[in-house]
Design a protein around this ligand. Structure first.
Ligand code: FES
Ligand SMILES: [Fe+2]
Length: 342
């Protein structure tokens, strides 16, 4: 009998690498409370954030030479989650409990620390690799934001094109009543949307990104359950927006966004500009998604779909496979071409 798939089988970003230094860090992922710290090899450790003694939060304690000390009675845990010191027992090591704190798998990759809450032998997973991070010719600006909405609605928003002309009116795009054709494909637990014949709907970015109004390469991808990646190509220039959504609970999502670009000569110069504009665009989405979640809390997620929403219907179908404990990889491939106006 195979173990049913669970959202906990996937890897989620717990924090950025440079956030985890001399102090423990508390995080909540899928309702689980986690404390992070670095052991004496600087390896990121993730334990359940509760002391085995009387249940204090270890994250309120202190790091001690690669170990963590509970703030209540000072028990010290090593990177294995084993209690190695009980101050009130003096040096009576035989009094140390055999029980260990619950420990989660961690990986450090692309400047991020990932946690896996539950290993599934029938469904091995790996952290999503951020496209072109640290590659020659590419620069990355990283952003962190908290959305008061769930992972599904966040991920849908990050590859939703029709909202851009309203929520991001002028900054990002302007409405031209332009017809857009997209090939939408569901395969291998992802949804890939390839936009055809897009030219000049980038608002006032156009003068820089696409001065000659050449056809734009635009591919949006959703990787179930929690990652999206957007690629724009303008001749030799590239712009990638990769977002890792982390479910804190059913109503809150932490989002780690990498804006990765290859603008040639302008690369370094563009960084603060990209950061400022990227954050401005995200702030608009935070408002839109907060608005949406308030209504969902009141009336439920009663959605109607327009033509462009086939993208979201595919996303939801993959997500719901995981909710049902099934592997989204096994869902039938689908491919369709759609037209809509922005
Ligand atoms: S509760 Fe942690 S040492 Fe007592
Ligand atoms: Fe948006």
């Amino acid at each position: 009998v195979k173990s049913p798939l669970d959202f906990k089988n996937f890897w989620y970003v717990a924090c950025q690498s440079n956030e985890l230094k001399g102090q423990p860090l508390a995080r909540r992922i899928l309702h689980e409370w986690i404390v992070l710290f670095r052991d004496d090899h600087q390896t990121a450790i993730a334990l359940q954030d509760r002391c085995l003694h009387r249940q204090a939060q270890l994250s309120q304690g202190q790091c001690r030479k690669g170990q963590i000390q509970c703030p209540y009675h000072g028990w010290i845990y090593n990177g294995e989650g084993k209690v190695i010191t009980i101050p009130s027992e003096g040096d009576h090591l035989e009094k140390l409990p055999p029980t260990k704190a619950k420990k989660y798998l961690t990986r450090e990759q692309d400047g991020l620390i990932f946690v896996q809450l539950l290993e599934n032998p029938d469904y091995p997973t790996t952290p999503f690799k951020m496209p072109h991070f640290n590659e020659a010719g590419y620069e990355t600006v990283s952003l962190f934001n908290i959305f008061e909405n769930n992972v599904l609605n966040c991920a849908e928003n990050f590859i939703d094109v029709p909202h851009t002309v309203f929520v991001h009116n002028k900054i990002f795009r302007k409405s031209l009543n332009q017809k857009v054709t997209a090939v939408v494909e569901r395969k291998n637990s992802s949804v890939v949307v390839n936009y055809l014949g897009e030219t000049s709907n980038l608002g006032w970015f156009s003068w820089f990104l696409n001065p000659r109004s050449e056809p734009i390469e635009h591919i949006d991808t959703y990787y179930a359950p929690n990652v999206t990646s957007v690629k724009y190509g303008f001749g030799k220039k590239e712009f990638w927006i990769s977002s890792q959504c982390v479910p804190v609970d059913d109503h809150q999502t932490f989002v780690y966004t990498y804006l990765t670009f290859k603008f040639g000569f302008f690369n370094k110069l563009a960084k603060p500009f990209v950061k400022y504009q990227g954050q401005s665009v995200i702030n608009q989405d935070i408002n839109a998604l907060n608005n949406q979640m308030q209504v969902i809390k009141k009336y439920g997620a009663l959605f109607l779909n327009s033509t462009a929403d086939i993208i979201h219907q595919y996303i939801e179908s993959l997500y719901h496979e995981i909710s049902a404990g099934r592997n989204p990889q096994n869902i039938s491939p689908q491919k369709t071409e759609i037209q809509f106006w922005i």
